[in-house]
Write a protein that binds this ligand. Structure first.
Ligand code: FES
Length: 114
């Protein structure tokens, strides 16, 4: 379980990355806040297996309405990881269970396996 402070995650702002050892030594996940709720995903494009963020923690488009893959520009819905635009349209990011309680965000990385 990864636990972060609720205040660390701004709505539509930078995401927070975390390691996902179950998927490999260098695998990461990330959590963002969108319309007040936290959402966590495996940091891997549904198109080619690369990380999404263009600068560390930058996952949103300039408008803040979609998550974007820096490599070829796939757009994903922040609230369910569904790809609406780009080469992997119709596919989805792998989501990770996340709950927010008592000013903490808890990410259940044990819910992810290969
Ligand atoms: S690698 Fe992400 S859109 Fe191609």
């Amino acid at each position: 379980m990864i636990v972060i402070e609720s205040a660390a995650l701004e709505d539509g702002g930078k995401g927070i990355r975390f390691p996902l050892p179950a998927l490999g030594e260098f695998a990461t996940g990330f959590v963002v806040r969108f319309n007040q709720l936290p959402y966590a995903y495996v940091n891997q494009c549904a198109h080619v297996s690369v990380e999404l963020d263009w600068n560390e923690g930058d996952f949103f488009t300039a408008q803040g309405d979609y998550l974007i893959c820096a490599t070829h520009g796939a757009h994903y819905r922040p609230d369910n990881g569904f790809c609406v635009l780009g080469p992997c349209k119709g596919k989805s990011l792998k989501s990770i269970e996340v709950i927010e309680q008592n000013q903490k965000i808890m990410i259940n990385i044990a819910s992810i396996s290969k």
